[in-house]
Design a protein around this ligand. Structure first.
Ligand code: ZN
Length: 397
């Protein structure tokens, strides 16, 4: 195994060309002092950005590599849940195999950290958690995967599910998941008491899917804020989607964002084209961390997606009407640094001492790279090249 790697002629964050020395999985030196290595990679003046952070996806149920499936689910949440349960039975989706296939695609495109929600319910049991855990162990040298144990089909409405979530946490899931406390379980107090209880029991963070819109969603969000404050869980709670923050009542949204910032509750957005969504600029002005995620990629929920967080940066830019360069750079920030904050990744970035998790890619500037999304990406994870010029250095699926 190579312990030192010298990247020559590379432009960190689009700045001046320099050399970067990597040793023992860390960035050891930048500039004139970067010298002497077992392996040299000539970046030819390409850009260097930190590893892309996929802060919300569902690795366990992607159809990636299984051919095209017709999408026939109706528009309601429950339609999609029922369709998914049927598809899972009909297609035989193996969580280990499918998560590995999607991870291979994501790694090739520069993702170095993934937070994946994984279904737990009375039908699939813990098979999804076991499958993604097996994949994570197999691919631990090329990707960091955080597992959220999550009751996609409802928790209180399906007796036995809470006990399975408890088992998933005991098995080593990293994060407790929640989902639409008012509209799915129809018992916001019961739902939130249960998931905050699990988080407290295992000393783990929470990530709650909140699709609920308007005042219903805002009510759920207030309850989440109250519990976070009461239990001293500041910095340990994330809310995914948070569609309610896209509602028109600007004063209410501002108050909610102030409270989110105070309790250090982070948000995760897909920058959806067809749903209300929190404004990235409003979040950043209020001091609320907002990360990016693909959500499902080619699964029964979502026919779209390439698992590419540079594409996500483009979507964040479009959704937020980011046109100036400094705004477009914020869109990439959502898919890098903000994701790292949400997942609590330590030593993340491009400075000396940071983890050597980064992407080298063509582009005159970061903005050009976001727009062009070049296939030619060289990906370094834990100080080793895992993809070179768009090809994995070893098959990992
Ligand atoms: Zn999701």
């Amino acid at each position: 195994m190579t312990d030192t790697l010298l990247i020559r002629n590379v432009r960190p964050a689009g700045g001046a060309a320099t050399d970067v020395l990597v040793r023992d999985g860390r960035i050891a030196a930048i500039g004139a002092s970067a010298a002497g290595a077992d392996l040299t990679f000539d970046a030819g003046g390409r850009l260097m950005i930190p590893g892309l952070v996929e802060a919300h996806t569902h690795l366990d149920k992607s159809f990636w590599g299984m051919g095209w499936h017709r999408h026939t689910a109706g528009p309601a949440l429950i339609d999609k849940i029922e369709t998914e349960r049927r598809n899972r039975r009909e297609f035989g989706i193996d969580a280990d195999r499918q998560s590995g296939r999607l991870v291979a695609q994501m790694v090739k495109l520069g993702t170095t950290h993934i937070r994946s929600h994984v279904d737990v319910d009375t039908e699939v049991g813990l098979a999804g958690i076991e499958g993604v855990m097996a994949m994570r162990e197999r691919l631990k040298d090329v990707i960091d995967v955080e597992i959220v144990a999550f009751a996609q089909s409802g928790m209180l409405i399906r007796p036995g599910t809470l006990e399975l979530l408890d088992q998933a946490m005991a098995m080593g899931a990293d994060v407790v998941g929640g989902l639409d406390p008012c509209t799915l379980d129809r018992d916001p107090k019961g739902h939130l008491d249960a998931i905050f209880g699990l988080a407290e029991k295992y000393g783990r963070p929470l990530d709650i899917h909140l699709h609920e819109r308007g005042e219903v969603g805002a009510f759920s969000m207030e309850l989440i804020i109250e519990r976070t404050r009461a239990l001293g869980m500041q910095g340990k709670v994330a809310i995914s989607h948070a569609f309610c923050l896209g509602m028109p009542d600007a004063d209410y949204v501002r108050r909610l964002m102030e409270d989110l910032a105070k309790e250090r509750i982070t948000l995760v957005t897909t920058a959806p084209a067809a749903s209300p969504a929190p404004s990235v600029m409003a979040c950043l002005k209020a001091g609320v961390v907002i990360a990016g995620g693909s959500d499902g990629v080619r699964d029964s929920w979502n026919p779209y997606g390439m698992g590419d967080m540079l594409e996500r940066a483009t979507l964040v830019g479009l959704r937020n009407n980011f046109r100036r360069d400094e705004e477009m750079e914020l869109a990439l920030d959502v898919c890098t640094y903000q994701g790292a904050k949400t997942m609590g990744i330590e030593n993340y970035g491009l400075d000396v001492g940071c983890n050597a998790d980064f992407v080298i890619l063509p582009g005159e500037t970061i903005c050009e790279a976001i727009v062009e999304r070049p296939a030619d990406r060289t990906v370094v994870k834990r100080g080793r090249i895992v993809a070179r010029h768009g090809e994995l250095t070893q098959p990992i699926a």
